[in-house]
Design a protein around this ligand. Structure first.
Ligand SMILES: Cc1cc2nc3c(=O)[nH]c(=O)nc-3n(C[C@H](O)[C@H](O)[C@H](O)COP(=O)(O)O)c2cc1C
Length: 194
């Protein structure tokens, strides 16, 4: 049984969002195989932006109280799933703010003679991104640049490996059949804790 933290990074709490459906399908699949899968719905959390180096460096004790639970769930997880819509070429600001607040020194990394060392070694991750453009275009024309940033400069920095990815594109053009296939894929990945 794996411990899984599913971070739903869509700022809109509406049930109709595709990202929410994907997150719930993943959780459903995981729970059906008795994995311990917690869904962290960032849209429902009330927390401020991080505004200074001093605040970040103060570490765990400066984490906003609304994020104590989510932060503990991420620390306890063997596998972390992050789901978000591509907004202006990258993750929504609310998700970035969530990661800045939770992945603090003393929690996700430490500094050894000025060099960062990840504390999340042994954890794996999957990043799931939805977007208006075709997914191949984001990969080929944009080199998936913002996703690489998340993989290397955030998840890699804190020691997470391997990091897998699933991209769903041309969202507005998809019909019921395609979306059902994606939800099935999510359930399947959840069952495998992958
Ligand atoms: C503010 C905003 C910015 C967006 N920027 C992009 C973008 O840069 N590239 C893109 O392909 N789609 C973009 N989109 C489309 C969303 O990625 C797409 O609607 C979303 O992935 C659908 O998933 P959802 O139903 O969970 O919101 C944007 C949408 C919004 C609302």
């Amino acid at each position: 049984m794996a411990k899984i933290a599913i971070i739903l990074g869509h700022p809109d709490p509406a049930e109709s969002r595709l990202c929410r459906a994907l997150a719930k399908a993943y959780q459903e699949g995981a729970s059906s195989k008795k994995h311990d899968a917690i869904l962290i719905d960032v849209a429902t959390l009330d927390f401020p932006f991080l505004r200074s180096q001093e605040d970040w460096s103060a570490g765990r004790e400066n984490t906003p109280p609304a994020l104590f639970g989510p932060q503990a769930a991420i620390e306890a997880a063997d596998h972390i799933v992050i789901i978000y819509p591509l907004w202006l070429g990258t993750m929504p600001a609310m998700l970035k703010a969530f990661l800045e607040q939770t992945l603090r020194p003393g929690v996700a990394l430490k500094y050894d003679q000025g060099m960062p060392k990840g504390l999340f070694q042994g954890k794996s991750a999957r990043v799931i991104v939805t977007m208006g453009m075709p997914a191949f275009f984001y990969r080929w024309w944009f080199w998936a640049h913002s996703l690489r940033n998340l993989e290397r400069n955030i998840l890699g920095l804190v020691g997470i490996s391997p990091i897998r990815r699933t991209l769903y594109g041309a969202i507005e053009q998809q019909g019921y059949a395609e979306i059902s296939t994606w939800l099935d894929e999510m359930r399947d990945l959840g069952r495998q804790a992958l």
